[in-house]
Design a protein around this ligand. Sequence first.
Ligand SMILES: [Zn+2]
Length: 315
Amino acid sequence: MTKVQNRSTKDDTPIQELPMACADEASAVEFMEKHRWGEHPGCPHCGDMDVYRMRSRDGSREKYFRWRCRGCKRQFSVRTGTVFEDSRIPLRHWCFAFWRAATSKKGVSALEIHRQTGLSYKSSLFLLHRIRFAMAGSGNGPLSGTVEVDETYVGGKARHVRDRREAWARKAPVIALVERGGDVRCLHVNDIKGETLKDAIRSNVDRGSRIMTDEAPQYRGIGDEYEGGHETVKHSAYEYARGDVTTNTVEGFFSIVKRSINGIYHSVSKKHLHRYLDEYEFRYNGRGLSDGERTVAAIRGADGKRLRYRAMVAA
Ligand SMILES: [Zn+2]
């Protein structure tokens, strides 16, 4: 996503259309067509613009809402080439889940989708994993300027004291890098050793940047590789800011992540953690957009990400 813009002041058309798109299948298809393709679609198979809506005998749209290309004679629909292509779940439920996932502060649970749509819990989970996949990669290019970096452990909350050791084993290390006034990158890492954390910085942050962290020894030496240097706040000495040297932005991001993981998602498995992180990243990076714009951005993220569920869970 691009740099944060001021919250849009123009009419938020998608948000006015969404309630209808979530209630009625034909409206859902039209909503997806309009926001994926704009005024006129091209053929996803050959690129020909000479395409038309297929009709039933009574003139209404064909029951799968397909289009046909006059160039290659092949058929397609608004699902073609997206994460929802090989799903039979009605598009109105996809619209609802995209809307909720893109706009609720802490994200949406499969249980809520199940209750609101009547889909099975398993289908709701399936749909949300694909939406998270559509949201992945919301950041553009390397971070620059002043970048705050921090690491933490998430998940694995203990219910009883005797579960503590087990709970700790289930915790996963996560690093977040936030450009002040810009995007965040949040990654599930193998460990929090110096080289692991520094590699995450090197592959996500432009060399001209200025790095800020707490006094954790793992970050020592990273300043030699960055033109803006490396500054630290000493949390151990109760220091939270020295001039503009703070890690408050990245800590604010982590507090959202933790509230979500420990709140509605309860037990996120390590295998799926990166998908949830993609979702938090997406909402943070799109914080300057209106709710309708952010929902459309998520739907557009589904383009070119056709993915089979089996391949995804096997990964
Ligand atoms: Zn074609």
